[in-house]
Design a protein around this ligand. Sequence first.
Ligand code: A3P
Length: 296
Amino acid sequence: TLSSAMIDRPPLQLVKGMPILGPFAENWKDVERFQARSDDLLIATYPKSGTTWMSEIVDAVLNDGDTEKSRRDNIFNKVPMLEFWVPGAIPPGSEVLDSLPSPRLVKTHLPVSLFPKSFWEKNCKIIYVARNPKDVVVSFYHFDKMNQLHPEPGTWEEYLEKFIQGNMGFGPWGAHVKEFWALRQERNILYMFYEDMLEDPKREIQKVIKFLGKDLSDDVLEKICLQTSFKAMKENPKTNYTAIPSTIMDQSVSPFMRKGICGDWKNHFTVSQSERLDEYYQKEMSGTDLSFRFLV
Ligand code: A3P
């Protein structure tokens, strides 16, 4: 079972040159061959960009804001992660998804270069959520400290350098956000920003409702905003990951629902670290019309 699983920070492994969490890489063949269905809805993100938040929003929208229905199961069961696998403890996400009835919700952190091609062939809807890299790396750092599936993060200074080098589970941030951005018009992609969601959740949830072809009343929309607020999701045992044993996620080190704000990077970066990341950011974004907000 999950609670007795021996998980001891397995090293990252390369899949087509991309660093992936070790156990996930072991199941690569099945991920690559995964059979999409045309009514699958994907929630794709670089890690720590608001995946869980968007997952709960999508589920709430599909259930017309019925809070009881949303509470039927844990978020990681309602929206299984395609590439997930803890050998001997949790079956591969690809297998779990194969056994689910349609329509399915699918979570993935895979970059475009590793996306199973079946999703493109079936023209599946994708909601992509992106977040500014300074808050992403801070959130990822705290997550790696508490999550035994991830390599030891080391010092903050070392971690930041690894992030800039792209030597992270799921690879570099820059390529991830840029490649989905470039595809958003030719593919069925709703490209969302964490900072926009914080600024005006109602406006942003409206975009999701429209993308899903739903029509919900203002009351229902208000209800969904409340149910998916940081405070509600932090208190909700079905969304706050407390169902995962502390041998895997030790929330006494850092809670999964940590801060849920924009700008916590200011409490972590020195001036020179901030300049170093600005330099990386500018280089990555040059030649694109993609840009991020670092404060809301
Ligand atoms: P912090 O660590 O900065 O607090 P993911 O789900 O992709 O792993 O992203 C996790 C990040 O999203 C965490 O960021 C978490 O607190 C934040 N988050 C989760 N639910 C949220 C919500 N309802 N509102 C705002 N932020 C949320």
